[in-house]
Structures are given as structure tokens and as C-alpha cells.
Write a protein that binds this ligand. Structure first.
Ligand code: NIG
Ligand code: FE
Length: 416
């Protein structure tokens, strides 16, 4: 069955030849086609162009026509950083923050990641899967077509494996493209207080081999931060993970600069994420590497912490990706439309830069830029059709509104 979307007022982020990412001043460039069509078959994009180039329908019995009615078509968002498997929300901490406590203070008194871990340890795999599936569907309906999901709320051998098995099942039942990241080193469990080495031993000697043996993760992550895991822990874990072919995608520079960027680059990180704080040495360390710097502006928004220096990074010639960080503690939202709006409003990125940062660059940051992140022949037909809009800048401009009308993932309409 062939599907054709016709009468597209503007087809966004088209590529004749695919590229790995866009960086520096190229981020301001966005290729589009006005008055366009897209054709797909077997879940793959097979043709696109302007309506006058469309050859029409050769077999009416084998073709589904979707009239975009002057809406625009975008490639789906790729969300390269989430923690969407969790057991319970944490609005009590949100209220504590309103009253003046900081994220770090809440964590110190037993809230934060350890709070989520306690809840997750007491929740069955089935219940976790049901919650995660609901969230996966929720983000799909907001335009996301691919997502990276981390473990890190288990913090015991069994519970970390339980989380990763949930992600593995989700891969089977959700139409989204999903990548899994092992984040056993997310926070130090209470019972290991004063004995961090023993917990690192557990992560490296017990968890890692099982994660690998069951093929449960593509990537390795660590929360490299004061009060969590230091540079030596980070180096040790990433060195061990490289033996298992797990590529780093790390949490670094959220509250403090402790050398996490350099350590991640040294071990061939696919991305370094958060980067609320970045000094010149960090920016330099990322130049001429294959590592995608990834900012999470919804986390800055929700916690009231600094926004990463996107402009400075782009000016230095780096690529920038924007992801959601969807999790119950620091970012209870997986809405990439809001991420895009914050990219413009707070990071001072242009709409073109933001569209690049949430599609092709996040596709790279989740290891899928050859199959996602743009409208290109041979890529997956993951895209969305908007309501008619005066220009593509209207999408991040109209924050809080829903412009998306039709969601297509693997070539199939998901919201009929
Ligand atoms: O990316 N910073 C570390 N991890 C998460 C938050 C986890 C939580 O608070 O539950 C983040 O912000
Ligand atoms: Fe995170």
C-alpha cells in the first residue's frame, strides 16, 4: 500500500542527500519545499517534491491519499533524552521547591532520584510497562517519532534490569523507534552511603554484564555531578562499558563543572547532555569530535536553573540538540513543541536552528540519523501534518497551542 500526502503548504526539513548533523552557522539553514507532496510505502519515504512534479496515482486500488489541506509537514521530533519509565509523580517536591527548597536540598533529605527508586522497586514490571506505554503514546501524539529512554530508577541489580526489560517490551509494542540507555549510576542508594566504591563495583561487575548479556541497552549513562558520581567514577564506568560496546550518553554540567564533558569525549560519547553550565574548555573539548551537545531547556524551566549557552556553542561551530528530559523529578513533560518554544524564547535560537536541533541533531544523538530526523528518500515515514500556519516559525511561536493534526509513524496514521 502506497500513501501520498498532497496539498502540503510547506514540507519542512527535506534532504536530497542525508547528513549526519548540522552544526554552527549551518544550523540556521532549513531546506523546505512549498506546495509539496510526500509519498511513502512500507513505512519508508519513497518520494517527495513540489505538487507540479507529482506524477499522480498509477494504481488507485493500492494508494491511500491524505489531503494535508494546506497544513505543513514536518519530520517527527526525535527526543534523545528521557526517563519515561517511572512509578510515580513527585509533585510534593514541586511544592517544596515553590516554598524555597532547591533540587539538591530535596535530594539530600531523601527525595529526588532515591524517592523515585523506592517507588519503582515496589512496582511490578507490568504496571511499569502500562505507565510507560501511556507516556510513549502521549509523546507520540505530540509529534515525537523516536525516543531514548534511560533506566536509573532501579538502583539494584534486579530493579535496573526490570526497568530495562520494560524498555525492551516497549520497543516491541510501541510504533516509536526506541533506544535504551543503562543509567545504573544515577544516584547512590542509601545503603551504600559512605561506600560509593561498593556501589560502583555492583554497577560494573553485576549490572553491566547482565545488561549486555540480555542485550538490554545500546548506551551507558552516569550522573557526573557533585553529590552523585565524580570524575573518577565516570572514567571507571565508561572504561568498563567500552569493553561491552556500550557508547556513552552522559549527564554532565547540570549544576557544576567537574570535567564530565572531557571524560565523556575521551570515551567516544555519542552525546553529552544537560550542559546548563559550560566553560570555554568544555566548548573546546567538543570541537572536532563526534559528540552531540544536548540541551534540555524544559528542565531549566521547571527547576529554575540556568539555560545552557546555546548561542555560544553554535558560534563556536558546534552542533546543538534539544531534548525533553521527560522524568518525574526535574521535567514532568515530554512535549517537544514546548522544548522548541523554549529553544527560541530562552536559548535565543531561531526557528530554523530549533527545528534542526529537535529533528536531525536529536536523531544523531539517539543513533538514528541514517533513518530519522528529516524528510529524505529511504528514511522512516515518521512525520506530522499541522493545521494551516502562516509560516513554520508559527510552530514554536504559538507555545502552548497544539498545531499538530495528523501523526504518522512508520507510514501509518496513529490518531485516526
Ligand atoms: O536529567 N539529573 C539527573 N537526572 C534527571 C532527574 C532525575 C530525577 O530528579 O528524578 C535529570 O534531570
Ligand atoms: Fe536526564
Amino acid at each position: 500500500m502506497k500513501t501520498v500526502i498532497k496539498n502540503i503548504s510547506e514540507l519542512i526539513q527535506v534532504e536530497e542527500t542525508t547528513k549526519k548533523w548540522v552544526a554552527g552557522s549551518d544550523m540556521a539553514q532549513l531546506q523546505t519545499i512549498k506546495d509539496a507532496f510526500v509519498e511513502m510505502e512500507g513505512g519508508i519515504i519513497t518520494a517527495f517534491g513540489s505538487m507540479d512534479e507529482w506524477s499522480g496515482i498509477d494504481n488507485w486500488n493500492n494508494t491511500e491519499i491524505i489531503d494535508a489541506d494546506d497544513g505543513m509537514v514536518f519530520p517527527s521530533y526525535c527526543d534523545s533524552h528521557t526517563h519515561l519509565v517511572f512509578a510515580a509523580s513527585r509533585e510534593n517536591e514541586f511544592v517544596d521547591r515553590i516554598k524555597g527548597l532547591s533540587y539538591e536540598e530535596i535530594a539530600k533529605k531523601g527525595g529526588g532520584i532515591l524517592n523515585s527508586a523506592l517507588k519503582l522497586q515496589n512496582t511490578s514490571e507490568e504496571e511499569l510497562l502500562a505507565g510507560a506505554l501511556q507516556r510513549a503514546n502521549e509523546i507520540m501524539m505530540m509529534g515525537t517519532g523516536a525516543v531514548e529512554i534511560k533506566s536509573g530508577y532501579g538502583l539494584t541489580v534486579n530493579d535496573e534490569l526490570k526497568m530495562l526489560r520494560v524498555i525492551k517490551k516497549l520497543k516491541e509494542i510501541s510504533p516509536l523507534t526506541i533506544k535504551a540507555t543503562f543509567l545504573g549510576a544515577h544516584a547512590l542508594p542509601q545503603e551504600y552511603k559512605g561506600n560509593k566504591e561498593a556501589y560502583m563495583d555492583l554497577v560494573i561487575n553485576e549490572m553491566l554484564p547482565q545488561v549486555r548479556e540480555e542485550g538490554l541497552a545500546e548506551y551507558i549513562d552516569i550522573f557526573c555531578e557533585d553529590g552523585y558520581f565524580d570524575l573518577a567514577d565516570t572514567e571507571r564506568l565508561l572504561a568498563a562499558a567500552s569493553q561491552y560496546n556500550l557508547t556513552p550518553k552522559t549527564h554532565v554540567n547540570q549544576f557544576n563543572i567537574i570535567g564530565g564533558v572531557q571524560a565523556s569525549v575521551k570515551y567516544g560519547a555519542l552525546s553529552v547532555d544537560h550542559l546548563e553550565l559550560m566553560n570555554d574548555a568544555d566548548i573546546e573539548a567538543l570541537q572536532e569530535t563526534d559528540c552531540m551537545p544536548t540541551l534540555l531547556p524544559s528542565c531549566s524551566f521547571f527547576l529554575g536553573i540556568p539555560y545552557g549557552p546555546a548561542r555560544k556553542m553554535i558560534q563556536a561551530g558546534l552542533p546543538v540538540a534539544l531534548a525533553s528530559d521527560y522524568n518525574p523529578g526535574s521535567t514532568p513533560s515530554g512535549n517537544m513543541n514546548f522544548v522548541a518554544s523554549l529553544g527560541c524564547i530562552q536559548l535565543k535560537m531561531t526557528p530554523e536552528e530549533v527545528i534542526n536541533a529537535t529533528t536531525i541533531n536529536t536523531a544523531y544523538a539517539l543513533g538514528a540519523s541514517d533513518e530519522l530526523g528529516s524528510i529524505a528518500i529511504g528514511k522512516k515515514a515518521n512525520l506530522f501534518i499541522t493545521k494551516p500556519m502562516p509560516s513554520y516559525a508559527y510552530l514554536p511561536y504559538a507555545f502552548g497551542h497544539n498545531q499538530i493534526e495528523t501523526i504518522i509513524v512508520n507510514g501509518k496514521i496513529q490518531n485516526k
